[in-house]
Ligand binder design. Sequence first.
Ligand SMILES: Nc1ncnc2c1ncn2[C@@H]1O[C@H](COP(=O)(O)OP(=O)(O)OP(=O)(O)O)[C@@H](O)[C@H]1O
Length: 449
Amino acid sequence: MIDPKKISGPLTQETTQIILECISDGVFTIDYNWEITSFNRAAEEITGISRKEAIGRHCWEVFRSNMCEAECALKKTMEEGKPYVSTSAYIIDSNQKKIPISVSTSLLIDKHGEVLGGVEIFRDHSLVEALRKQLSASFHVEDIVSNSNAMKKIFTILPQISQSDATVLIEGETGTGKELMARAIHNMGPRKDKPFMAINCGALPDTLLESELFGYKKGAFTHAVKDKPGKFALARGGTVFLDEIGDTSPAFQVSLLRVLQEHEYTPLGGVEKEETDVRIIAATNRDLSELMEADQFRQDLYYRVNVVKLFLPPLRQRMEDVPLLVERFVSKLNLRQGKFIQGIDHAVLASLMSHTFPGNIRELENIIEHAFVLCQEGIISCDHLPGFLVQKKQTPCQAPVDDPVKAAQINLISDALARNNYNRNAAAKDLGIHKSTLFRRIKKLGIKL
Ligand SMILES: Nc1ncnc2c1ncn2[C@@H]1O[C@H](COP(=O)(O)OP(=O)(O)OP(=O)(O)O)[C@@H](O)[C@H]1O
């Protein structure tokens, strides 16, 4: 019970403490060494980390936010001495769950005007975000936006896939949103409150990959001074996302097959098997069935992994998504950088529409980020685009065009034809359209072969 006398008089340290404990915003303070000096109750609730664990640790070890590396709000405040507000950050809580937050920071100054460190106040936006997504559910699933038919078909079956425990294989070129899709499946299903753990299998040698996934026992190797749980143990009840599964070695494939078949694994240096109940979602940018036929991927593992398969088409096969994605990235960056960029102009859209995006959606996102560096206000124009887009011969940014959409279609088809040695069947396949549609468009647009 709070003594009303304590909060009515002048603010003592004790009353300040009571107020801090009562508010629903997370608040923590740091000293000049970036070590946490106080951590209120709401901060404990939002991050899932207790005050005892937090105090004395570096803020980035506790407050794991997407802003930590590049755009730390506290760092800006400490450097510039100004308060800073960001509305589109997120943190990863102790259950590895992504929590959308808004953040404001300022200097911590004592009554003599001396700077003691910094203070960060953050608000959990999970509910607002969930409501916002519900309202705009038509072409959005979680963070995925799309207008294309192929993606809409996936959106329709996603609720059933999310509710089941079946292993999912997501195929698609690099940057097509495979990890985003895996997160959406996890977040829409009954495991959403449990951890989602991602690992890039192609990037690690076998022993490291196995120790990351299965953990190790004390003494398993020279530096193994104590037991360390792997991702399968940490993700208990949740989902493990195995990216680049097509790049794994035959030896690792055997270990993985055992997990999928028997739901158990042995940590490195251990003798006893451990059970696992995680759901597995795998992804690859290669064609797994081709790898299997070439004896580079085990057949038995292929059938275990390929229970439900989703194919994410490359961006060049869903160019209708470009304007929607641009809009999405512009508003995301506006929020993150506190800018008010209104969008892109006609010539930029035409230029983007005539590009083939080998890096897919990630490449488009990078192009918009690049433009944001150069464009301070107003509308993004060709001057703000990266050189490789502007220097392309006959891009709509260089040649004046009457109808930018028509010019973009001509460019897209001409590029696909050139890429495929003017083989129209191959170009149609590349563009993801039927060959008769391609023939019709070539005629209609007057493209010379
Ligand atoms: N449909 C989409 N809507 C909005 N953003 C998207 C969409 N698809 C992908 N992105 C964004 O594009 C970037 C790349 O996505 P992601 O990492 O999921 O691709 P990936 O296929 O897993 O890539 P890789 O094969 O290289 O691992 C991310 O920043 C993601 O947020």
